[in-house]
Ligand binder design. Structure first.
Ligand SMILES: *Cc1c(COP(=O)(O)O)cnc(C)c1O
Length: 452
């Protein structure tokens, strides 16, 4: 019988994370303070604990995964890689399609890979309370679970619309013992300021980040945790790509193209960077980040220094950005609605080492439906962006007759996104490309520091 699942033993869980900084042609651009001066690592210590900062600024190619983290990884890692034989047959493609499924974690996505690492590192620094934000709830639930495992209290500022629309993600967080506050809230100055201007504000990730960071800065028992964008988050997510490489080695295959959806960039970076190490050594492999047409950060954003939040509490980072006041159209891939992108992913895209494409919402749901009907798994709307692109690559192989190996990361399941599927099935979803004038307007709001 032809193999469908490519599995690894628990002993094959990676012992080290891979740090792409070691293989970048140019060192990462430094974060800046509001005056435009590079900030020192120490300046980050108001919001992050020291072991997190060490990972953030690490320069070595390999960073050891602490044994207590590997132990928890064993609850769901290594994650399975599948050969999508039924999808290949349905498309009629000569391509080999592979996907690695991160939805087997208890929170249902890749996010616990860094949540567990961050909770452990904060625990070693005697931090007993963490504040964070969440959009659709995947990151909040991952950190709620991880925090509980190390006795850390977690407070989650959840974007108001999601708080109202996705009550079950909130129930998950509360089950794991986290406190969930709808954002904008009256608990912080930045939340109250937003509510003064707009009492019915639906919130945004940028606003929720401001609230969580403000809380971490103003309370000395609390640190902040971020679920994507930053270097340490991408570092922790490389377990995905490292395992995938072992899985490919097992079956003597290797991808021509690696595809992952990209919000803040941790799923993409974690999936693609370990392959970038081979690319740096001369191997040919394309690395493709996929974003929504309605939040086209890499493909249409400005490469500029911008803040990571709406109120400007975070350092300025050089990244592709739609502007920190960006309030995205309300598409269902909530995890892909951040205004910026990982500085590492942004720089590698700017230097043309990786590729990026944007896909419209309806086409991504159509791909997700095809996938669910062939392979069974109902994907998260975010993951549907990767599936769309993988199917398009497979269709291109059908046209050219090339038997390429196509890999994508299936970043999570869609069990809490069935409202979105309902709306798709009832013909109520639409495409909302991001307006050009909003992109132009964002230029005006960029911080007044020397821009590239
Ligand atoms: C959060 C999330 C994403 C986006 O991840 P980034 O690391 O921010 O790019 C993708 N898929 C799922 C299922 C998610 O929960």
């Amino acid at each position: 019988m032809d193999q469908v699942k490519i599995l690894l033993d628990e002993a094959e869980i990676p012992t080290h994370w891979y740090n792409v900084v070691a293989d970048m042609p140019n060192p990462p651009a430094p974060p800046l303070d509001p005056e435009g001066k590079p900030i020192s690592p120490a300046a980050l210590s108001a919001i992050f604990s020291d072991p997190i900062i060490e990972h953030e600024v690490a320069r070595t190619r390999w960073v050891p995964i602490p044994e207590p983290v590997r132990e928890i990884y064993r609850l769901w890692r290594p994650t399975p890689m599948f050969r999508a034989r039924r999808l290949e047959a349905a498309i009629g493609t000569p391509a080999r399609i592979y996907y690695k499924y991160e939805g087997v974690s208890a929170a249902g996505s890749h996010k616990p890979n860094t949540a567990v690492a961050q909770a452990y590192l904060n625990h070693t620094a005697s931090v007993h309370r963490l504040a964070t934000e969440t959009g659709a709830g995947q990151w909040g639930s991952a950190l709620a679970m991880a925090g509980r495992m190390f006795g850390i209290d977690v407070r989650v500022f959840m974007v108001r619309v999601s708080y109202d629309q996705k009550p079950y993600r909130r129930s998950m967080m509360e089950t794991w013992g986290a406190e969930v506050v709808p954002s904008p809230s009256t608990e912080t100055r930045s939340g109250r300021k937003t509510l003064d201007l707009d009492p019915d504000s639906p919130g945004s990730l940028g606003i929720a980040i401001s609230e969580a960071v403000e809380e971490a800065v103003s309370r000395n028992d609390t640190k902040y945790a971020l679920g994507s964008v930053l270097n340490h988050v991408l570092l922790h997510q490389t377990v995905i790509g490292l395992e995938a490489k072992k899985q490919f080695a097992k079956i003597n295959d290797y991808p021509d193209v690696v595809i992952a959806c990209c919000g803040g960039g941790s799923n993409f970076g974690g999936s693609a960077f370990p392959f970038l190490a081979d690319k740096a050594g001369g191997r040919e492999v394309r690395l493709v980040a996929v974003e929504p047409e309605s939040c086209p950060t890499l493909t249409r954003g400005h490469y500029a220094y911008d803040t990571g939040d709406a109120s400007g509490f975070t350092p300025l980072m050089l990244m592709y950005t739609l502007g920190h006041n960006f309030v995205p159209p309300s598409i269902h891939a909530g995890g892909l609605r951040y205004h910026g992108d990982s500085p590492l992913v942004s720089q590698l895209y700017h230097e043309r080492i990786i590729e990026a494409v944007a896909r419209p919402q309806l086409a991504t749901f159509e791909a997700g439906m095809t996938f669910a009907r062939c392979e069974g798994i109902i994907p998260a709307p975010e993951s549907n962006h990767a599936i769309r692109t993988a199917i398009d690559e497979a269709l291109e192989c059908k046209r050219t007759g090339e038997p390429k190996a196509i890999y994508f990361t299936l970043s999570g399941h869609g069990h809490f996104d069935l409202t979105a599927y309902d709306r798709y099935l009832q013909g109520q979803l639409d495409d909302s490309p991001y307006p050009e004038r909003a992109i132009a307007a964002a230029l005006e709001e960029l911080p007044k520091v020397p821009q590239p």
